[in-house]
Design a protein around this ligand. Structure first.
Ligand code: F6R
Length: 636
């Protein structure tokens, strides 16, 4: 059934009583983007029939990309015309030249305007190249132009982790108009990978104001991924505050937030539905509720009482289990059964309550790693155990990871090669290429090769250290990644073929893969999609009946406790061994390019996270381990 995103009054129904903004939650962002594109297309067509202009406010960033792609498809395949469309973009960095590939001007042309029949004179994007002294007048004129066009019929928005809409950062006034603004540090951190480092991210932008946005007749805000979950909760459920400028949208009479599962996961009705209304109790939800309750009242699971459950919206759950005691025991056992020191299954042991099967006792295993280091960062301890326990472990690095090697790191290596081979060797050109590279130049093919090789050799250092023969280490270099830019291509047939080839060649009993959903457009998500597509193609093969898939999470987020289906304990010595394995990836150690919003190095993040999972288990009343690596099974 098609989901309807038409505006409804928020908080009107019991289910949404905590909410102040109408929102619709989709399974994934692809599906959601199509529905949003349809609403825009319908508006364009309706206006065209009336011989009227359709005035669209447009956003940039990762969130609207699929909406634009669908509009382009509709233009080519369904004849959707943009001749009657006038657009006003929300914002632009300042200073910024149009030709710069980081400019929003470039973004909009690349994703939409170059592919549809919009008239160039109908495109309005704040100009990041005007003189400082002219900005004030320019902004007044931009406002006037929107007004003269008849006002915005529809405004598409994304949301920043600061709660910004457009670039209206915390502190923005509800009455603000188009103006220049200083970007928040978090916003600059989030943009830093696109700009290859925070130092290159502009500090200022020109943005439409809150009041400019609020005047739009219809507003649709898109948010994808768990990175947005917390700001989405604050915006939808919190009070209106300039600290979270998106909360001003609570005052708009025709706004809809379109969310995917990740972005919605902190909303009360999703996170703790038992607080919203009496709910159905599946096994998963029951465990989630017990774990949540244990955290809330700060007691281990076995100490939770009838009144703890009754006082926190779970009285009907107690009725099902007849007492807290019965419920606690069952939940405790469930968690206990996730713990195993035998991630490949324990030979000859009773496996009724173990996460993995005992046979075959020696399994063929593929560990897929999106970048050449996620394997050891996310599951170095488990990796080590699988090898030690005698399984045939293969490592498959899905992408070359070359873009994450800095030029300074690359120069170090190539200068060694040059010194060994002489000034007339081919290495001279690579040194020159690197030294002559301008700020936004794409690396030459040779430089990319060099950077890929650095990551390959670092990976081999780590896999040898953990005892994997080189013949079991596979560098897939999936083509979608090889653009030389931060922005990657879509998955193609060749990507999927490479994935199916390796799986059908090894016929694994176990597959491990990064189940990261934090960034819906990032390499981890695309690498996971490549695996899912390959599994869908192979699932009718006989050997796949014996193949179990376990998902680990990347460096950023861990599974919630109730989601975990296997945890593998690490001793203090194993923690150190894992750290050592991560150290082999030296190009990713100091001053790494894609640090995200966490300034800790990868080994620190991994250790803290594994220790945190162990602490959470211990707080729930389970054994006290030094560290735990967590997995969730994927059923295909
Ligand atoms: C961009 C804009 C910003 C983004 C927001 C989310 O024109 O106005 O408010 O929508 O920063 O960016 P993404 O979608 O990249 O997470």
């Amino acid at each position: 059934m098609k989901v309807n995103i038409e505006h409804k009054e928020a908080g009107k129904f019991e289910e949404t009583r905590f909410e102040k903004i109408h929102n619709v939650i989709f399974e994934n962002s692809d599906e959601a983007s199509i529905i949003v594109a349809e609403e825009i297309a319908n508006l364009i067509r309706e206006k065209a029939e009336l011989n009227e202009k359709c005035v669209l406010g447009l956003a940039t960033g990762s969130s609207p990309i699929d909406v634009y792609e669908e509009l382009v498809r509709m233009h080519y395949e369904e004849g959707l015309s943009f001749k009657n469309v006038v657009t006003f973009n929300l914002d632009e960095y300042y200073p910024m030249e149009k030709e710069n590939t980081q400019s929003y001007w470039y973004f909009m042309h690349e994703h939409l305007f170059n592919h549809v029949d919009i008239l160039p004179e109908n495109i309005n994007i704040p100009d990041g190249s005007i003189e400082q002294d002219d900005i004030h007048q320019y902004c007044l004129d931009y406002e006037l132009k929107i007004k003269e066009a008849g006002g915005l019929d529809f405004q598409l928005l994304g949301i920043g982790r600061t709660g910004h809409i457009g670039f209206n950062e915390p502190g923005s006034h509800f009455n603000s108009g188009t103006r220049n603004i200083s970007l928040d540090h978090i916003t600059r951190v989030d943009a830093s990978s696109a700009f290859l480092g925070i130092d290159n991210v502009p500090r200022v932008a020109i943005t439409m104001g809150i009041s400019t946005i609020q005047k739009s007749k219809r507003i649709v805000l898109l948010a994808w991924g768990i990175n947005k979950a917390s700001v989405i909760k604050k915006t939808i459920e919190g009070n209106i505050t300039s600290e979270v400028p998106a909360t001003y949208l609570q005052d708009h009479s025709n706004v809809t937030f379109v969310l995917d599962k990740g972005a919605s996961q902190e909303l009360t009705r999703i996170k703790t539905p038992w607080l919203v209304r009496s709910c159905e109790w599946s096994d998963d939800r029951t465990l989630k509720a017990s774990v949540w309750l244990s955290g809330l009242v700060k007691k281990s699971i076995l100490k939770l009482t009838d009144s703890d459950y009754n006082n926190n919206g779970m009285s009907n759950l107690l009725i099902e289990y007849s007492s807290a005691y019965n419920l606690n025991i069952q939940m405790f056992n469930k968690l206990q059964h996730t713990i195993t020191g035998w991630p490949g299954g324990k030979p000859k042991a009773d496996d009724t309550n173990r996460p993995e099967r005992k046979s075959p006792s020696k399994k063929r295993i593929i560990i897929f790693s999106p970048h050449p280091d996620d394997d050891v960062i996310s599951m170095g301890g488990t990796f080590d155990r699988l090898v030690e326990q005698g399984h045939d472990v293969h490592i498959a690095y899905q992408t070359s990871g070359n873009i994450a090697v800095s030029d300074t790191e690359a120069i170090k290596f190539v200068e060694v090669a040059l010194a060994l081979n002489g000034e007339n060797s081919k290495f001279k050109k690579i040194v020159d290429d690197l030294n002559n590279k301008k700020e936004y130049d794409i690396d030459t093919v040779e430089v990319r090769q060099l950077k890929s090789l650095i990551r390959r050799k670092e990976s081999l250092g780590a896999t040898r250290y953990l005892g994997v023969p080189d013949k079991n280490v596979h560098f897939l270099d999936l083509p979608f990644y090889e653009t030389g830019r931060v922005k990657k291509d879509k998955l193609g047939k060749l990507d999927i073929k490479i994935m199916t080839d390796i799986i059908s060649g090894i016929k694994p009993h176990q597959i491990y893969a990064a189940g990261d959903l934090a960034d819906p457009h990032g390499t981890h998500k695309v690498s996971l999609d490549a695996l899912f597509k390959a599994l869908a193609l192979l699932k009718t093969e006989k050997y796949m009946d014996d193949c179990w898939v376990w998902l680990y999470r990347g460096a950023w987020h861990e599974w919630d406790i109730h989601e975990i289906e296997m945890v593998v304990p690490m001793s203090p010595d194993q923690v150190l061994k894992k750290r050592q394995a991560i150290f082999y990836h030296q190009s990713q150690k100091d001053g790494v390019l894609f640090q995200g919003d966490d300034s800790r190095e990868f080994w620190m993040r991994a250790e803290d996270r594994n220790k945190m999972t162990a602490k959470k288990y211990n707080d729930l009343g389970l054994a006290d381990y030094a560290a735990l690596e967590a997995f969730r099974r994927y059923h295909f």
